[in-house]
Design a protein around this ligand. Structure first.
Ligand code: GRG
Length: 288
């Protein structure tokens, strides 16, 4: 299995679906701002994780697409809001000017809100047999006990002395929650049993933690061109990061350990989990 080829296949299907979303009723200015951040690249990791987890248990890809699209919409909303002057004040995202730089702050805030609410609308309208279980996983991960919790700690605790327990909480909320939900929701859409959903939850948590530790490392030593954003800001702004707590070498070892745990969690799925396993392993070597 070539993980990059498989990813490209999922990505193509997902992007065609996102591009065709009618966003009915949206004024042109809102639609333009939503599409700007939804269709301007990105690895599509969350959407691809959902499609592949669903497919792994024999679920139907077409039925899973609204949920994969919803995850990418929620992710895009979080990036738009994170880049705002009141949060990270970033002017570059995915190698292009950030949403508020192009459309102004007011429209950027509305575009983020619109992407979040439209995501819920699309999932609810899917009529999928398992819609409520999947929606709960996804919105719960984005909500007060997930991404919003992580982001709140991240912005309010800037400048604090390094504390690994707190960083674990921030990374779990800010990043791992939205990488776990695609796996658990994808499995639920395919009619998974509870033990399989739990295995997916473990996999997503460890993948998400490793993903964010690598992100912290890339902020220190990555290539700004490949990352498509300004690097070095974490240290400049006194952000609580994994390498700030344990050092670069230990951070690398911790990321590897999380990936080993992620792979171990896939055991109940046997060979069917080849894509998820290779995707997790490739996270350690990502440059963007
Ligand atoms: C504002 C509610 C709210 C949340 C913001 C997403 C986020 C939370 C902050 C952005 C900064 C950051 C480091 C987030 C952690 C998650 C992460 C690594 C996002 C980038 O995800 P990728 O690499 O992005 O999958 P692409 O561009 O490939 O989609």
């Amino acid at each position: 299995m070539n993980v990059q080829e498989a990813l490209a296949g999922y990505k193509e299907t997902l992007e065609a679906y996102l591009d065709a979303l009618p966003m009915k009723g949206a004024p042109d200015s809102l639609r333009e701002a939503m599409r700007y951040s939804l269709l301007n690249g990105g690895k599509r990791l969350r959407g691809c994780l959902l499609l592949s987890s669903c497919e792994m248990l024999g679920g139907d890809e077409a039925d899973a697409l609204p949920f994969a699209a919803a995850l990418e919409m929620i992710h895009a909303y979080s990036l738009i809001h994170d880049d705002l002057p009141a949060m990270d004040n970033d002017t570059l995202r995915r190698g292009k000017p950030t949403n508020h730089v192009v459309f102004g702050e007011a429209v950027a805030i509305l575009a983020g809100d619109a992407l979040l609410t439209h995501a819920v609308e699309i999932m609810a309208a899917s009529g999928h047999l398992h819609v409520l279980e999947a929606l709960r996983e996804i919105i719960g991960a984005a909500g007060v006990g997930g991404m919003l919790a992580g982001q709140t700690l991240d912005v309010t605790l800037e400048g604090m002395a390094p504390d690994i327990g707190l960083v674990q909480k921030i990374h779990q909320g800010k990043t791992a929650a939205l990488l776990t939900a695609p796996v658990t929701a994808g499995l639920l859409l395919a009619g998974a049993e509870e033990s399989q959903v739990e295995a997916g939850r473990q996999y997503g948590y460890h993948l998400g933690m490793a993903f964010q530790i690598v992100d912290d490392l890339l902020d220190l030593e990555g290539d700004p061109q490949l990352m498509g954003k300004t690097l070095g800001k974490d240290r400049e702004e006194g952000k609580l990061t994994w390498p700030a707590c344990v050092g670069v070498e230990q951070a690398r070892r911790d990321a590897e350990k999380h990936i080993q745990e992620a792979v171990t969690a896939l055991a109940p799925f046997g060979e069917k989990a080849a894509f998820l396993r290779e995707l997790a392993e490739s996270t350690l070597h990502r440059a963007q």
